[in-house]
Design a protein around this ligand. Structure first.
Ligand code: SF4
Length: 335
């Protein structure tokens, strides 16, 4: 099934997320975030730390309820749906965390970690059936022969093996959607590539869709070449579109700056690459977001009176890309 024919699976609509930081003050971590992911599609959320990527992932996975806005799974608002629909959603959407050291219970063997959800959700009827399913899951994530891993504790595994167990655990409930939150960023480069290949294979074989969260545009480019990238800055999406368009023809000054800092495979190309020089390297605090376009204190194209006035909304630019920048507003094309 092509992504164009695929149905919308999960979407966020005008999501706002605020946290209380003191008795009187709140911090707005997400401001009017909307995106949707179709069945089998990959959407990468990219941006610096603190831009709201992880919060978006937790909201997509149902671990946080947004302050306002909607989360829809197969068209249903999950926070107003009945209990059965909410349960179906929580089973259908699973999360792979960044840190395989912290996300697995150190006192449990691999078999217990993986068989607990199988038994709790009655996917396996008894321990014997669960044992067989755990062996299959370990094969699926390339921990073979599975008998070598099933009795081990997390501390007896390498970082890459531990992350494979985390992926196997996310697969126990046969999800249709995986939120991978910096799932490969703590691993060595060679292991990172083999894990990305595993995630890609799961998509091909099981039709799983991904919300893939990373601070690294190079990883996003590699993993989501056939998907889309959404670039986030201070709690808002500033550019979203098909990966080849974002990589080859970025529209937003922030995306251009991120891409210009990306090393190329050929060192000569890296040396000759034109760097985008930001006006400031300091990322403003979420407690004091700049007026108008929040990128304006750093933006090399800043125009006084325009950029520090109103917040630029996402609008259609070209080739399926949407961008939130006042300078692109005149180039607006029909969506
Ligand atoms: Fe830069 Fe202005 Fe565009 Fe913001 S709106 S990205 S400050 S040019």
């Amino acid at each position: 099934m092509s992504t164009q024919e695929a149905q919308e699976l999960l979407s966020l609509h005008h999501v706002v997320m605020e946290f209380k930081v003191s008795r009187r003050a709140t911090v707005r971590v997400l401001d009017d975030v909307s995106f949707s992911v179709k069945e089998g599609e990959i959407l990468c959320l990219v941006g610096e730390s603190g831009c709201g990527k992880t919060t978006s992932g937790k909201i997509a996975a149902g671990l946080l309820q947004p302050t306002s806005g909607e989360v829809r799974f197969r068209g249903q608002n999950v926070w107003t749906a009945d209990k059965a629909t909410f349960r179906q959603y929580r089973r259908g959407v699973q999360i792979i965390h960044q840190d395989p050291y912290a996300s697995l219970n150190p006192t449990q063997r691999v078999e217990d970690i993986l068989s607990a959800p199988l038994l709790r959700h009655k996917i396996a009827r008894n321990r014997r059936e669960a044992h067989q399913q755990v062996l299959d899951l370990l094969r699926t994530v390339d921990l073979t022969p599975p008998e070598d891993f099933i009795k081990k504790y997390p501390h007896q595994l390498s970082g890459g093996q531990r992350q494979r167990v985390s992926i196997a655990r996310a697969l126990t409930l046969r999800p249709q959607f995986l939120v991978a939150d910096e799932a490969v960023s703590m691993l060595d480069v060679s292991i990172r590539v083999s894990l990305l290949q595993l995630l890609e294979r799961l998509r091909d074989q099981m039709g799983v869709a991904y919300l893939f969260i990373t601070h690294d545009l190079a990883v996003a480019k590699y993993f989501a070449w056939e998907g889309r990238i959404a670039v986030m800055y201070l709690g808002r999406i500033v550019e979203i579109g098909p990966t080849p368009q974002i990589i080859n023809n970025p529209q937003h000054p922030y995306t251009r700056a991120l891409l210009s800092a990306l090393p190329e495979a050929d060192p000569k190309a890296t040396r000759s690459k034109q760097r985008v020089h930001l006006r400031s390297l300091d990322v403003p605090s979420l407690l004091n977001v700049p007026r108008g376009c929040s990128f304006h204190p750093r933006c090399p194209l800043f125009e006084e009176g325009l950029c520090d006035g109103k917040v630029p909304e996402l609008h259609a630019a070209s080739n399926g890309v949407q961008v939130a920048c006042h300078l692109n507003e005149n180039e607006k094309v029909a969506a």
